[in-house]
Design a protein around this ligand. Structure first.
Ligand code: FES
Length: 361
């Protein structure tokens, strides 16, 4: 029999900045109101909280100001019991974020990432539009920015904020507690950038090698046929194909106007349905490049980093972002909708009415 920790009591200490992160992680346990966050009455019962231990630990970890605390009890479980019911081996009143780390769930995107790693190496030859392999840099950002919160509560308009949040806004930023998610987003973005730089360097050095081999062939008078030339050229990596197949038109016609399809978020795309058309939104926040979340109940995209909000059509209406989300080129090829991420359309430049920025339904 193995021992596991289950949460028997959860509470919120002073200092909540009402950022919604906890309710997103554990909606059965936390309720965020206009100016505070409370534990739902049902969650005061230990038999209710125990099976929700993982969600509560996640909420504690997501909390940017570490005000979610909990107590745990050790229980014996069969060795093959599902891990989801166990909480971190947290000591009573230990800092929640610290306690959360051992029990953190594996990121949902891991299997996709592993699949992407096993994908065959692309060659320099052009190929058909991809069926939608996850974009590694989008994956890194998605893993880092999975819910609301972060500085969102701090960066909202002062009028919208409760008094304690306004105190935070007035404070010297250096005196604020670290925002773990914001740091993770920045770190992931840097890693993704470094990865793409390395990738480019590989491409350049491989290309130089190819040029060298070709010069050698010409210099020594070898007549190189197409097959032999291909043999001499090393396989080279290239940037991911920007064209993504996102399925048949039927499924988008069936969507209700105002609907959002998140199936291709790992590839950096939200498919949206408007009254008479469909379009492909770029999921990158136009403020500083985080990835917003689609909140179906609120009917909006909300960025976890600084609180920018966008309507379902991508138009911004709150937070610091200066402009709407961008849209990608979209077309139908052989009955399949294809999104081309290499061409973007910006609302503020009047480009959303240009052919290619939408498909009429
Ligand atoms: Fe700042 Fe999205 S990156 S609000």
């Amino acid at each position: 029999m193995a021992k596991k920790e289950l949460i028997t009591k959860v509470w919120i200490e002073e200092g909540c900045i009402v950022c919604d992160a906890c309710e997103t992680a554990a909606p059965d346990v936390f309720e965020v109101t206009e100016d505070s966050c409370i534990i739902r009455p049902a969650a005061l019962d230990l038999e209710f909280t125990k099976p929700r231990s993982v969600e509560i630990v996640d909420a504690a970890e997501e909390c940017p100001v570490d005000v979610i605390k909990f107590e745990t009890v050790s229980v014996e479980v069969a060795d093959d019991a599902p891990a989801e019911t166990a909480a971190a081996p947290a000591a009573e009143a230990a800092p929640a974020a610290e306690a959360a780390k051992p029990a953190k769930k594996a990121p949902a995107a891991e299997p996709k990432k592993a699949a992407a790693a096993k994908a065959p190496v692309a060659t320099a030859k052009s190929k058909a539009p991809s069926a939608g392999e996850p974009d590694p840099s989008i994956q890194a950002l998605l893993e880092a920015a999975t819910s609301r919160g972060g500085h969102a509560g701090i960066m909202r308009n002062a009028d919208d904020m409760p008094a304690n949040t306004q105190d935070w806004k007035a404070a010297d930023p250096k005196s604020l507690p670290p925002d773990a998610r914001q740091a993770k987003v920045v770190e992931a973005a840097q890693k993704a950038k470094k990865h793409s730089e390395l990738h480019r360097r590989d491409f350049v050095s491989n290309s130089a090698l190819a040029v060298g081999w070709t010069a050698f062939g010409v210099g020594t008078g070898i007549s190189v046929g197409p097959a032999f030339g291909r043999f001499m050229m090393p396989n080279v990596l290239e940037e991911p194909d920007p064209r993504i197949r996102v399925g048949k038109m039927d499924k988008y016609i069936e969507m209700v106007p105002g609907g959002v399809n998140e199936d291709y978020k790992p590839q950096g795309i939200w498919m949206i349905r408007e009254e008479d058309r469909i379009a492909a939104l770029n999921i990158i926040c136009t403020h500083l490049g985080c990835i917003p979340n689609w909140l179906p109940n609120d009917r909006k995209f909300k960025c976890p980093c600084h609180g920018s909000g966008y309507y379902p059509d991508g138009i911004n209406f709150e937070g610091p972002t200066p402009r709407p989300l961008e849209r990608f080129r979209i077309a139908i090829k052989d009955g399949i909708v294809v999104v081309d991420k290499s061409k973007k359309y910006q609302y503020e430049l009047g480009q959303w009415d240009q052919p290619g920025s939408y498909i009429l339904v």
